[in-house]
Design a protein around this ligand. Sequence first.
Ligand SMILES: Cc1ncc(COP(=O)(O)O)c(C=O)c1O
Length: 390
Amino acid sequence: MQLFNVYPLFDIEPIKGKGSFVFTENNTAYLDFYTGHAVVSIGHSHPHYVKKLSQQVQQLGFYSNSVQNNLQEQLAKKLGEISELKDYQLFLCNSGAEAVENALKIASHLTGKTKVIAFEKAFHGRTAAAINITDMKKFKPAINTGYPVEFHALNQIQSVKESLEKGDTCAIIIEGIQGIAGIHVPNNLFLKELSSLSKKYNVPLILDEIQSGFGRSGKFFAFQYSNIKPDIITMAKGMGNGFPVGGVLFKNHIKPAFGLAGTTFGGNHLACTASLAVLEVLENEKLIKNAEQLGAYLKSQLTKLPNLVEVRGRGLMIGLEFDFPIKTLRAHLLYHQKVFTGSSSHPNTLRILPPLSITKKEADLFIQKLKLGLAFITEKSKAKKSMISQ
Ligand SMILES: Cc1ncc(COP(=O)(O)O)c(C=O)c1O
């Protein structure tokens, strides 16, 4: 049997990981400043995480959501404490898209309406309702384009207000920080205005924190920079440090009912253990503070680089927009400088998403490697120009 070939692959196979590095079979170390799409939040093979998951799998790996599972209660309690969002309820699922799907479904249940207000270049996952609210056409087959959706410009409130006045909206959904679009931060005032409009028109506000949440931004959730309290919050990625786990937080005014949502695997024993271990490490090692401080340090150094148009982001979710397409730079960084970075839907923007546990030394190593990569690009373009002029 062959694999259904949907991923363009780099010719590289990491077989083990430790902290901020992954290693190939011949023990070549790669600095991981991408963490497999912002997933490995506390670092590869963290000893506490390994211990907790190993113990749990020996004890009980899985039982369904038809029996008591105290690990879910423990996770909800810890999450409420660390995020300082005790007035929310937790629904556990398996991925980001599934979290968004459930968030939209419950919003539609609550309002009895169907239109979603989303934002240009947003990405919320690939299941039916989630992919429908992305304006990147290449991801959307005909079957997933049926639901009413409007795309508005980020940080511009007027058109959102006019749309809400029509009275047909079931949800407003926005990323805490736009990730795949190339790291665009909704400003605090805009989020505050969205929040007050959502209250005025009784339309749930959904904050998609799947990429920006779990400490990555330097706060537990990126929207917390604006002091709002959304009705619904989605999360995944860094939540399990690689173990597939997603979740939705519903504010207490949203009442559950049996059968309103459900999943076979969501909230299983291993998933809860993985996520609890992540929270314990975030707390014990003060990794959210680390993300804030090292993010600020990285940004202060990165702004000095040549060929930069802009450095965007918060904490350790950073976008570097250059004045040239980054495809060759990114390949050079991987194959020659041995460092993983991310791309985005913007061809000139590099995404930087390291573990929240990076050290200053690792941040400096990254900057050094990036400088070498940029020097390579400059040499290459000089050589090209001189060939053309000959
Ligand atoms: C903001 C955001 N929402 C949702 C998703 C979908 O998550 P998943 O791939 O786990 O379904 C992603 C994935 O990149 C994302 O970045």
